[in-house]
Design a protein around this ligand. Structure first.
Ligand SMILES: O=C(O)[C@@H](O)C(=O)COP(=O)(O)O
Ligand SMILES: [Zn+2]
Length: 211
């Protein structure tokens, strides 16, 4: 896709997330890698009403090349791209169930949601918890940097998920799968759920060539 098509794609994905209640108000942000920099949603923008011409275009030093002032989480997206050469897009949401899990005490910080379903293993894998930092805190970039090499998605404590993918479509689908599995995880609390075992996970990794 060329830059103009990617701009349209960011706006239609943002609208789709907003229309389905996965993004509300001005929460969340979306970015896409370009040949000559990257595109990011502007700060305080509603994902449901984005304007392709006003998206922030940045260089790899984080400078604004064009468009409206960028999301305050620009350094967080940049850290993820720098650690994950294969990432072509990133979606950050405050989607309700994922955000709810991010507020739970007693989570396994290396793996916040158990491997309840095969699709969760295929789209997300292990989901580490990033300790709480306020939105826009540059230290969040460093915290992500330590995890993003091994994980395509992370959960920000008391905040929400950050999910990367080879394409924006892949990052969206993975974000949606994370949200649905977070819902299952919450529904199954107290029901002693049976997660997939190591052998079943190894089979998925082998058959679907997961990294
Ligand atoms: O939670 C926050 O404040 C940000 O992470 C967010 O979701 C929206 O911030 P902007 O992208 O700067 O609008
Ligand atoms: Zn946020």
């Amino acid at each position: 896709m060329n830059e103009s098509a990617l701009r349209e794609h960011i706006c239609s994905c943002g609208k789709s997330l907003y229309d389905r209640g996965l993004a509300t108000g001005s929460s969340g942000n979306i970015s896409v890698r370009l040949d000559d920099g990257w595109l990011l949603t502007p700060t305080n923008a509603c994902l449901g009403h984005l304007d392709p011409a006003r998206l922030s275009k940045l260089d790899w030093q984080g400078n604004l090349i064009s468009g409206d002032p960028a999301s305050k989480e620009a350094f967080l997206h940049r850290a993820m791209y720098e650690e994950r050469g294969s990432a072509g897009a990133i979606v950050h949401l405050h989607s309700t169930h994922s955000a709810a899990v991010s507020c739970m005490s007693g989570l396994d910080a290396c793996d916040c949601i158990p491997p309840l379903t095969a699709y969760f293993v295929m789209k997300i894998g292990k989901l580490p918890l990033v300790p709480y930092h306020r939105p826009g805190d540059p230290q969040l970039g460093d915290a992500i940097r330590g995890l993003a090499g091994k994980h395509s998605a992370v959960l920000l404590a008391n905040h929400g998920p950050v999910v990367s993918g080879k394409t924006l479509e892949a990052a969206m689908y993975a974000s949606e799968e994370l949200e649905e599995t977070a819902k299952l995880f919450l529904m199954l609390r107290g029901h002693n759920p049976r997660a997939l075992n190591e052998e079943q996970i190894a089979e998925l990794r082998r058959v679907f060539q997961l990294d």
